[in-house]
Design a protein around this ligand. Structure first.
Ligand code: GTP
Ligand code: MG
Length: 426
């Protein structure tokens, strides 16, 4: 079973709660608040692992929850931050939002990607001591970690993709030029899932070749193995269209060629417009010379580059790999999908202030909470002046400031929004 699509739920760890504690020591009277901060929850991090070729390892595990940060303790002790949870995926995995289907990230490079951020730990009560509030009996809870339902979809990354009818010798070619060992046999649909192989030429030149199951007429309507494997070659830089010119199965090479191209264009515009080289295979076993020369003429007439090889006896194979290498070095690199998630801008928060709650635990202190605020805050770096201003604009546009005024906040009062605290000024 080849797993190339799966749905999972991820949740980053919650931040630990801040502690409420007071310093107690012999001979030290009124030692003051010393509750430590909670630790940060673990992030959910995705990482490309080149040893993986499928999403098989995620087939039976659908829930990934990172650990929570520890709570703070008395004596100014910080809670321990939790370790990140790393999910390893094959190169070329697309992370999509499960509800909208939009691409969040294309895991095609080796940079770790943080999909869900762990919550920050809450502040312990020692942060809240002021000249007028010397004995703060509250601390902040940790911020919950982000959670998401996502779909992982593998779109393999290869430079060259082999396409053609079943049994034309695609796997034989891959096996003869790389260390890959796909199953080869004289019947249709021997290959049931994509195979990748690294084709190494001399002087460290190499490229990646992908072999996918054979395509037949009507694949786009589900005939044979259907066309779903075509997505694994959708981002190839070059397609090698293999046609059996031995005509041993009684088919006509020209018809085969036309049929496959029709299926490719029915699948996607992108595949149809991908550069293509045509290879006539099994030239060692040609039964009908006339059909072969008719095919050759047809292909050259259409303006394609055309090669004849025998994957079984290796005739013409070395030359073909050299040509493929030359050709792909002139082509653009493997395409990477951009994130389709649109970043919300300041104006999209207008009227959101209905979804917040305001509490007043003691005079002069207001605590504002709201799921959407939390989301915004995770993306804001409060040490950066511009980002701070951006956040303040959101507070204004969304109506949070107006709500605070309605609630009775006065000049100089303290307002806490999770781990962001400010003195209220009009
Ligand atoms: N005579 C001859 N036979 C070949 C050549 N290349 C492949 N074959 C044979 O053709 C048959 C099919 O080869 P495969 O490589 O499994 O074909 P495939 O295109 O991968 O087929 P599917 O996986 O079913 O789509 C096998 O019996 C091969 O030995 C060739 O150059 N000459
Ligand atoms: Mg095969």
């Amino acid at each position: 079973m080849f797993t190339d699509k799966t749905r999972i739920y991820v949740k980053a760890g919650n931040g630990g709660d801040g502690a409420v504690a007071f310093h107690r020591e012999k001979y030290v009277a009124a030692g003051g608040p010393d509750g430590g901060d909670g630790g940060k929850g673990g992030d959910i991090v995705f990482l490309v692992d080149t040893n993986l070729n499928t999403l098989e390892s995620l087939r039976f595990k659908h829930k990934f929850v990172a650990q929570n940060g520890e709570n703070g303790k008395g004596g100014k002790m910080f809670g321990k931050s939790a370790a990140d949870l790393i999910i390893r995926v094959p190169r070329g995995t697309l992370i999509r939002d499960a509800d909208s289907g939009l691409i969040i990230k294309d895991m095609s490079d080796f940079e770790p990607f943080i999909l869900a951020r762990g919550g920050k730990g809450g502040w312990g009560n020692r942060h809240f001591a002021t000249p007028t509030r010397q004995c703060p009996r509250f601390a902040k809870p940790g911020i919950p970690g982000e959670e998401r339902d996502i779909i992982l979809e593998l779109k393999l990354i290869a430079d060259v993709g082999l396409v053609g009818f079943p049994n034309v010798g695609k796997s034989t070619l891959l096996a003869s030029v790389s260390a890959a060992r796909p199953k080869i046999a004289n019947y249709h649909f021997t290959t049931l899932s994509p195979n990748l192989g690294v084709v190494s030429l001399s002087d460290e030149r190499s490229f990646v070749m992908a072999d996918i199951p054979g395509i037949i007429e009507g694949a786009s309507e589900g005939a044979g193995l259907g066309h779903e494997f075509l997505r694994h070659i959708e981002r190839c830089r070059l397609l090698v269209h293999i046609v059996d010119i031995s005509c041993a199965e009684g088919r006509n090479p020209v018809e085969d060629f036309v049929t496959i191209n029709r299926e490719l264009s029915d699948f996607s515009e992108k595949l149809a417009s991908c550069p293509q080289i045509v290879v006539g295979n099994k030239c060692d076993a040609v039964t009908d010379e006339e059909k072969v020369s008719e095919f050759r003429k047809y292909i050259l007439g259409k303006g394609f580059e055309y090669y004849e090889i025998s994957a079984a006896t290796h005739k013409g194979v070395k030359e073909l790999t050299e040509t493929l290498y030359e050709k792909i070095s002139t082509l653009p690199p493997v395409s990477v999908y951009e994130s389709e998630i649109v970043k919300e801008d300041e104006n999209s928060y207008a009227g959101k202030s209905n979804d917040i709650s305001i509490k007043k635990p003691e005079p002069g202190l207001y605590i504002v909470e709201g799921e959407w605020l939390l989301r915004v805050m995770r993306g804001v770096n409060f040490d950066d002046y511009e980002q701070l201003q951006y956040f303040q604009r959101i507070l204004r546009r969304s109506g949070v400031i107006d709500r605070l005024v309605e609630f009775g906040v006065e000049q100089g009062d303290t307002v806490c929004i999770y781990d962001f605290e400010f003195e209220f000024v009009y």
